[in-house]
Unconditional design. Sequence first.
Length: 229
Amino acid sequence: MATAPSSAPPHTRKWGSGTAAIVRLLIAADGPLTQVAIAGAIGVTQPRASQVLKQLAAANAVTVSVNGYRGKPARLLDLYAKKARPHLLGPETFWYSTRELIDQARRIAKEARRQGLTIAVSADLGPDLVVPWRHPSLTVVYADGILDPGAAGMVAAEGCADASIVLRTTSDRTLLFSCAPWPATIDGVPLADPVQQWWDLRDLGGEDREEAADRLRRAIVTKTIAVAA
């Protein structure tokens, strides 16, 4: 009789969207957060928040006091790199325009609003806005529904090498917002959380992106990103 495949060991499992969102919140927070506040901010149940926080405490990624939970940003980022992944509704698509990348992002944001959708811009453009590093020519955009970039003046590209926009449709609305006090919008561009920007820099790959990822990581850990007004 064939045996059923065993489930993956806990340390190899990828996080769900709620866990990743809790980690981004803890990295951004300036002070300790109670379990109730964390659950309310992310939109998960208190038992689920408690479970995640216990796992993070066991991984030495948070400290616990009478005032709540305080994240250890460097440790949380290490875990995020290994265990987080964006939850997508389908394969990413690729688009191109000759306009400046920030203009492309603004046009896509405007078209998304017209279509009743929400977007968030990640790497490479996001990091260039929060921690300037180079002139980016490619960026990931997350959307919470099927967006038509053609209506924003984009044309379909064959792949990432030919694209200026990598469009990802996500079922995880927490990917579409920055945790306070990180900036939600800069120069008319709605931004993904800096932690997800950092993840996407590393995911896109390339030596120059590794350098940019290191710069962004330092800014996240030291809280030197300009905060929202």
